[in-house]
Design a protein around this ligand. Structure first.
Ligand code: R5P
Length: 463
């Protein structure tokens, strides 16, 4: 961990600035290694990356670092921070490029250039083996235009007037020459060009690659602020995932298929599954120490097995949360938390009390709550995140309150995602529907409620 020089401390920063800081520092810590030839983007989020680099470089954690800036301003920041600065003449091949963005859609297509920097950014991006974006959550959208209304286009001053006249006919919407704030006249870019902002109509779907190509072919257009090929998911700040949900229920699946990401599973038998004979219940209760009722995992499993209702391919079982965690990590092996195991009726002190081989499916291994699954999330926005062995719904109420930076996905009858946030936290516009409830003097509780288990699972897996 590298301490941050100069800028405001976390107590002084607004939530938005705090989010930019976290994104930049997380990317810096995860991605920038000693000897790295690094393309450094532009904008206020990148300034935090420069802060990170300064701290890490001065602490001798990044020997051999070479920084290639994408703009005049970034070059200044890097030089002022005492960082080694190069350019594409001396360093034409870069390992990675890290940059900010004005908007990021679900396909990781970006709008950039809100600060007037895009052409040099794209050249540095193309000289880099991988391109990562650091952005706070207010920049994220399903489709471009939800959070940032226009696409910056850098143009040669010589052809600006014909462009302003012809572009609206070809593409619709408004094309405006960006004017300077403290100068009479247009904004002049680092390449002595102008910026036209295209306020594009929002009532249609776009193929952004084609739009970019069509615009780029027009004489006078230097480049567009549409960026592609961003590495998926590396700016996320999710390093650990906790899942919780309703206890007692059981679900069965084929572990080999699941390891490959294919879900061949039974329906979920919840605690409300009523079928189980008195004889089975008495037998299971006799193993102690818990009285077994219909709907308890071991009772349902016994009933289904006795009545030959289990598909022969299903060789693993767990709670619905265990299935989710196992699928998220593509694990073949199932671990169950002690509380969830107890809720199935035949567990004590971390061991199953039923005789071994009683069931045709493999029983999950019981571990203490708070243990992590051995495998991490292999891909997607949460790639490399560690996953806690799921909790029962009792622990859901406690765990996020004692662990900072932890969100718990509760897959129950009405699932909720909640986490503690600083007292001055205000959800950004896109998340206005989230509830912020009082918690204690330092923290508030951020609640996203009203998802049902299936929707949560789908949404989570799709990101
Ligand atoms: O023109 C500026 C660059 O494309 C920036 O990376 C982009 O505008 C994001 O800047 P910020 O981090 O200040 O929101």
């Amino acid at each position: 961990m590298v301490s941050m020089p100069k800028s405001a401390t976390s107590e002084q920063r607004s939530p938005l600035e705090q989010a930019k800081h976290v994104a930049a520092f997380t990317a810096g810590e995860k991605l920038v290694k000693p000897g790295c030839r690094l393309g450094v983007g532009s904008g206020s989020t990148v300034k935090y990356l420069v802060d990170f680099l300064e701290g890490a470089f001065k602490a001798n954690h990044l020997p051999g670092l070479i920084c290639v800036p994408t703009s005049f301003m970034t070059k200044r920041w890097l030089l002022n921070a005492g960082l080694p600065v190069s350019d594409l003449d001396a360093t034409p091949e870069l390992d990675i490029c890290i940059d900010g963005a004005d908007e990021v859609d679900a396909n990781f297509t970006l709008i950039k250039g809100g600060g007037g920097c895009l052409v040099q950014e794209k050249i540095v991006q193309s000289a880099s083996k991988s391109f990562y974006v650091i952005a706070d959550s207010s920049k994220k959208s399903r489709a471009l235009g939800e959070n940032y209304s226009s696409i910056p286009i850098e143009v040669l001053p010589f052809g600006v007037q014909p462009l302003l006249q012809t572009l609206p006919e070809k593409f619709g919407g408004d094309f405006r020459l960006r004017m300077a704030m403290k100068r009479v006249g247009p904004v002049i870019t680092d390449n002595n060009c102008y910026i036209i902002d295209w306020e594009f109509p929002k009532d249609r779907e776009y193929d952004w690659t084609t739009i970019h190509k069509d615009l780029s072919l027009i004489p006078g257009v230097v480049d567009t602020g549409l960026f592609f090929n961003c590495v998926n998911g590396c700016g996320e700040n999710i390093s650990k995932i906790a899942i919780a949900g309703q206890m007692h229920g059981i679900v069965f699946w084929e572990s080999d298929a699941l390891e490959k990401g294919d879900l061949n599973c039974s329906k979920l038998y919840t605690w409300q599954f009523p079928k189980c004979s008195e004889r089975i219940l008495e037998k299971l209760t006799s193993y102690g120490p818990i009285t077994v009722f219909p709907g308890y995992g071991c009772a349902t499993l016994s009933y289904l097995q006795e009545n030959r209702l289990l598909d022969a391919k299903w060789n693993s079982c767990g709670t619905i949360m265990d299935l989710f965690a196992t699928l998220l990590t593509r694990s073949s092996f199932v671990l169950i938390g002690a509380q969830n195991a107890n809720s199935w009726g035949c567990a004590r002190d971390g061991e199953w009390t039923i005789p071994k081989n009683q069931f045709s499916v493999k029983m999950p291994q019981i571990v203490l709550d708070g243990t992590f699954l051995t495998k991490t999330v292999p891909k997607g926005s949460f790639s490399n995140a560690k996953v806690l062995v799921p909790f029962g719904d009792l622990q859901t109420a406690i765990y996020p309150f004692i662990k900072d930076h932890t969100a718990v996905l509760n897959i129950g009858t009405a699932a909720q995602i909640c986490c503690l946030v600083p007292n001055d936290y205000r959800p950004s516009k896109e998340f206005e529907y989230l509830r912020v409830d009082p918690f204690n003097k330092d923290r508030k509780l951020l609640l996203a409620a009203g998802l049902n288990g299936g929707t949560s699972l789908n949404t989570f897996l799709s990101v």
